[in-house]
Design a protein around this ligand. Structure first.
Ligand code: ADP
Ligand code: MG
Ligand code: MG
Length: 252
């Protein structure tokens, strides 16, 4: 069964410590949400897990199914089943969405087990339909000229095609209107499985009306300072973050 564990994870950017010891365990079938004010290190956590070179892990451990993630190169992490939908997806001119997806899938499946072109196209078009995306997006350059909402749908398309074990969604709700949000949430809910765990990073509670988390964690100043169930997200929506700071004596 899928199990992803972070222990005392610390990370720095340009020598400045941003993550100050993150402990988290995500099992297959679970949805964890991380909420927190801006600038608190949520995206840094996602990037550090994925091995982005800008973020230096200075201490702690990360394991996926008992394997040391921190020892893996970036592409190995993806192959092992970690997936990140980025807050700001990059545009890649000259690479079509479809080519990008197919090579990502084949990298994940491994040599000798590549997906056939026919099967790939059939799957991609099916998923695009579910996400209410025009199939012309398959042939456009990756994210180039995509609107904010189109980029986010495209991240979810990648998630659906790659069949990851651990899905990290970084503010997938930002830039989405309510209809797009529902489509994206339905895509995520369709991917819920006992074999897959989710880490959903969001600034707003709204997304969690459509994707019900099992656990909600509050992150502040590079630490998880409070954990609870869905009711915690509702309280944050109603009352903001000040009460958490007061309760824990956090000064900023
Ligand atoms: P969040 O996602 O919670 O809004 P981030 O992880 O993006 O927070 O940022 C945490 C802190 O790290 C902020 O102070 C931010 O300015 C800094 N930071 C993030 N990314 C970079 C970067 N690439 N270069 C320099 N500083 C960064
Ligand atoms: Mg932010
Ligand atoms: Mg962020």
């Amino acid at each position: 069964a899928t199990r992803f564990v972070l222990e005392g994870l610390r990370a720095a950017i340009d020598g400045k410590e941003i993550l100050k010891g993150i402990d988290l365990e995500i099992k297959g079938g679970e949805i964890h949400a991380i909420m927190g004010p801006n600038g608190t290190g949520k995206s840094t956590l996602a990037s550090a897990i994925m091995g982005h070179p800008k973020y230096e892990v200075t201490d702690g451990a990360a394991q996926l199914d008992g394997e040391d993630v921190l020892e893996m190169a970036v592409d190995e992490r993806a192959r092992a089943g970690l997936f990140l939908a980025m807050q700001y997806p990059s545009e890649i001119a000259g690479v079509t969405n479809s080519d990008f997806l197919r090579s990502a899938i084949n990298a994940r499946r491994g040599e000798g087990n590549e997906i056939s072109l026919i099967k790939f196209i059939r799957q991609m078009e099916g998923k695009m339909k579910e996400l209410e995306m025009n199939t012309e997006f398959a042939h456009r350059y990756l994210n180039e000229g995509f609107s904010g909402g189109e980029k986010k749908r495209n991240e979810i398309l990648q998630m659906m095609m790659l069949d990851p074990k651990i899905v990290i969604l970084d503010e997938i709700d930002s830039g989405l209107d309510i209809d797009a949000l529902k489509v994206v949430a339905a895509g995520v809910n369709a991917m819920r499985s006992e074999e897959r765990g989710f880490l959903i990073i969001t600034h707003y509670q709204r997304l969690l009306n459509y994707i019900t988390p099992d656990f909600v964690h509050v992150m502040m100043q590079g630490r998880i300072v409070k954990s609870g169930g869905p009711e915690l997200a509702q309280r944050l929506e109603a009352e903001g973050y000040d009460w958490v700071k007061e309760e824990l004596g956090i000064v900023d």
